[in-house]
Design a protein around this ligand. Structure first.
Ligand code: AMP
Length: 404
């Protein structure tokens, strides 16, 4: 399948070619024709699958067909400001040949500037739900001309407690419109939302659920909790890792680890919800231009960060569920590039590893490092050493090796 078979205009095709993309990703080849045909779409798609271009490209094409009034014709709702920024960037990249006015409104930024930008006229509005409600209540945004609504990472928006704002926003739109819903999972609340607001949606599911992690090499080091930081520093220098996105469970943990890595001589910065938007943008920019090697982040802060082809993702603290694990490691091995996800697993966290393996229906290769042998054995994995194989009772020897 090539981009030229999808019904996109010559201008958009050349913008895609300029990005160096030779063929559409699976979500793009299915979603682009569906969006162009005007259908509602309900797509299972994780970060890293090329979903942003899957809706941006056809929407740009549709917008290009006639000039707007200055009131938004496309509304994209995203869970975070970072993801909003990524959508805006994507529109600028592919729609550079059009004279479109695109803006993002999100919390944490002064509202005054957003109000004046909206007043001047906007064709595409990208917003986080809370801030958009704020604008609706002040009467500073007019959604009467919205033709297409995109709910990007809908599962995340619901996890973050945005269900009421989303329902309010969707209920306030009048007339027939096209709605596109993208979500990594389709659980009860998402289905309910879809039933209420989507009209005979075209359902897009990628052939096989695990595909998001196919080009990611996953490994887990069993290590004592208090030696994780030393092991991380050691691996980063021993194996000459390039840039690393490191996940911690708490904001304080992110700050602390980042400071410790600095002391170890690894340029590092932390990004989390307590930092101002300015500080977050600065940290991300430093990471993007490679002036810091490690970006330490919490789950919420990392959601939607657009970082191309990150070679390594590290779970410094293990997530306790498969969804977060998949979201985290999805930051590496993006769209065709290979990546590596390394989890540092303490004795207490071994049960999380088992939960995650059940959730992703795959085994994660566990290993120990000769210089960082764990002293605690944990509960769930008792007996899961090199000679015994797995302890979880699903049969088959566990691949476990010791690295030096
Ligand atoms: P997304 O899932 O939208 O976050 O996109 C993941 C990454 O894949 C982004 O960095 C895009 O620039 C990149 N990308 C999107 N479409 C393609 C494509 N067709 N071929 C290669 N890379 C792509």
């Amino acid at each position: 399948m090539s981009f030229s078979e999808l019904g996109l205009s010559a201008e958009i095709l050349s913008a895609v070619a300029a990005q160096g993309y030779s063929e559409p990703t699976p979500i793009q080849s299915q979603a682009i024709p569906a969006v162009l045909s005007g259908s509602d779409v309900m797509a299972t798609a994780q970060t890293g699958t090329g979903k942003t271009a899957a809706f941006t490209l056809p929407l740009l094409q549709k917008l290009g067909e006639n000039r707007g009034s200055g009131r938004p014709r496309v509304l994209v709702l995203t869970p975070t400001r970072e993801l909003a920024g990524q959508v805006v960037d994507s529109i600028a990249t592919y729609g550079g040949h059009m004279r479109l006015r695109t803006t993002a409104v999100y919390g944490g930024m002064p509202i005054g500037k957003q109000i004046s930008t909206l007043k001047r006229g906007v064709d595409v509005l990208v917003a986080t739900p809370g801030r958009l409600i704020d604008h609706l209540e002040r009467g500073t945004v007019d959604l009467s001309q919205v033709e297409t609504v995109v709910l990007d990472e809908a599962d995340r928006m619901l996890d973050m407690g945005f269900i009421q704002p989303i329902e309010r926003i969707l209920a306030s739109l009048r007339g027939r419109r096209q709605t596109l819903l993208f979500s990594a999972t389709f659980n009860g609340p998402i289905r309910k939302l879809a039933e209420r607001f989507l009209h005979e949606p075209k359902r897009i599911e990628l052939a096989h659920e695990g595909s998001a992690t196919d080009n990611i090499e996953q490994a887990a080091y069993l290590v004592d909790g208090h030696r994780k930081r030393a092991l991380l520093t050691h691996l980063m220098s021993e194996e000459e890792w390039g840039q690393v996105l490191v996940f911690t469970r708490t904001k304080r943990g992110a700050d602390k680890l980042s400071e410790q890595l600095e002391r170890d001589g690894i340029r590092s910065t932390a990004i989390h919800g307590d930092k101002t938007q300015g500080a977050r943008s600065k940290a991300l920019a430093a990471f993007k231009r490679s002036s810091v090697q490690a970006l330490v982040a919490t789950d919420v802060a990392a959601r939607g960060l657009d970082i191309d082809r990150l070679p390594h993702v590290v779970n410094f603290d293990m997530p306790d569920n498969a969804d977060d694990y998949v979201h985290r490691i999805g930051r590496t091995g993006r769209a065709g590039a290979r990546g590596r996800a390394v989890s540092l697993v303490s004795g207490e966290e071994r049960r999380h590893l088992s939960t995650i393996e059940r959730g992703v229906k795959a085994r994660i290769d566990t290993t120990t490092h000769r210089a960082f042998q764990p002293t605690s054995t944990g509960q769930a994995r008792k007996g899961s050493d090199r000679s015994n194989g797995r302890g979880s009772g699903r049969g088959g020897p566990r691949r476990q090796r010791s690295r030096s």
